[in-house]
Design a protein around this ligand. Structure first.
Ligand code: ATP
Length: 343
């Protein structure tokens, strides 16, 4: 996979080409100070902040660099108020409103799918910039977009193309996971289709195997084939309850993209799947409850430090930490009973 293929799969590169066939979206340039904030590990997002619903302007410029650090009574905790971005906040709010008030946020390539556990509703649905920041700052996928977009490219010796970072806001749509499929295109031929959420068994895919495959093939030949900037790529689709197919996303053809129910060996030149062109694409899906596999995002549901701590000798530190939490909880319950709890 070459750096150019990664560049071509940025949202702003493919959206204008396939606008008619995908979910309505808006693209906003991401200011450098917002990028810096997203990459700054030390700044916390303070939940409950209403800064995004009522953007406050202190002077004529965006004075984001200033962080307001408030020390709480408890010596062990600090509350760092997130910096404000008045101009950017207004633009984002305007965009969210024009998309119906609820959006699905992404950067140039990725959505913060690994961070949905942190959102109150465990969903990527956002109504404000604070919602977006919370997800973005908790996501390794977003950090990857910002810091290492060309990590797995074969042409490492060539200079990295300059990337203009963008916040993508997509109109929120209730997509049923059983309707999502990933399609692999090699030399402009659709060689393979995989159920996107292979962690579940969806009986309707089994019973409608032929219709699903046909609908995707027709969508590909009518709307996608020869229209994209590369001849090797991966595209994701959604087949709605009326059988209409929508484009959801485009990804590079290579290891950086999850090959789901295929392996990259199978999909690349020497592989079996890549050679079976005549009969159409190979279609794979989970065929019974027995073949269900665990979700690849499971490891993202608890903070990485906890995962590390739970392995090897450090497991004892985790146990100590949990015991400490329990004692603290019991203490505060006792205090509450005694009527001493803080308001
Ligand atoms: N507009 C939307 N509204 C609600 N959910 C959405 C929307 N767009 C995408 N999704 C859901 O989020 C999932 C991930 O979306 P998307 O493919 O854009 O993210 P991604 O980070 O590029 O993922 P990948 O790296 O696997 O391609 C989709 O499979 C779909 O279930």
């Amino acid at each position: 996979m070459k750096k150019e293929q990664v560049v071509n799969c940025q949202f702003s590169a493919w959206y204008p080409i396939f606008k008619k066939h995908t979910i309505k979206s808006l693209i906003l340039p991401l200011p450098q100070n917002v990028i810096d904030y997203l990459l700054d590990d030390g700044t916390l997002v303070v939940s409950g902040s209403d800064q995004n619903t009522q953007p406050r302007r202190t002077d004529n410029s965006d004075s984001e660099d200033q962080e307001d650090v408030q020390w709480s009574d408890d010596e062990t905790t600090t509350t760092v108020t997130a910096p404000e971005f008045p101009e950017f906040t207004s633009k984002v709010l305007e965009a969210i409103n024009s998309l119906g008030g609820r959006v699905f946020p992404k950067l140039n390539w990725s959505a913060p799918r690994d961070a949905n556990w942190i959102a109150l509703n465990s969903s990527l649905q956002c109504c404000s910039l604070a919602d977006i920041f919370l997800l973005f700052k908790s996501s390794d996928f977003i950090t990857h977009d910002l810091t290492q977009p060309f990590l797995q490219c074969s042409d490492q010796d060539s200079p990295d193309p300059v990337i203009k970072y963008e916040l993508v806001l997509r109109k929120w749509s209730e997509l049923i996971p059983g309707g999502e499929f990933r399609c692999f295109v090699k030399e402009n031929k659709l060689i393979a289709i995989s159920q996107r959420d292979y962690t579940q068994y969806y009986p309707h895919i089994l019973t409608q195997e032929e219709q699903v495959s046909q609908a995707i093939q027709v969508f590909f030949s009518q709307n996608v084939q020869y229209n994209f900037l590369d001849e090797d790529f991966v595209f994701d689709v959604y087949r709605d309850s009326q059988g209409k197919v929508w484009l959801i996303d485009l990804n590079p053809f290579g290891e950086v993209t999850d090959s789901l129910l295929f392996t990259w060996d199978e999909l690349t030149s020497g592989g079996e799947v890549a050679q079976h062109q005549q009969e159409g694409p190979t279609f794979r899906f989970t065929t019974s409850e027995v073949t269900v596999q665990p979700s690849p995002c499971l490891s993202y549901r608890i903070p990485r430090d906890f995962v590390d701590l739970s392995a090897g000798e450090d497991a004892y530190k985790l146990i100590d930490f949990l015991k400490l939490r329990k004692t603290q909880q019991e203490d505060s319950e006792e205090e509450e009973e005694e009527g001493n709890a803080p308001p």
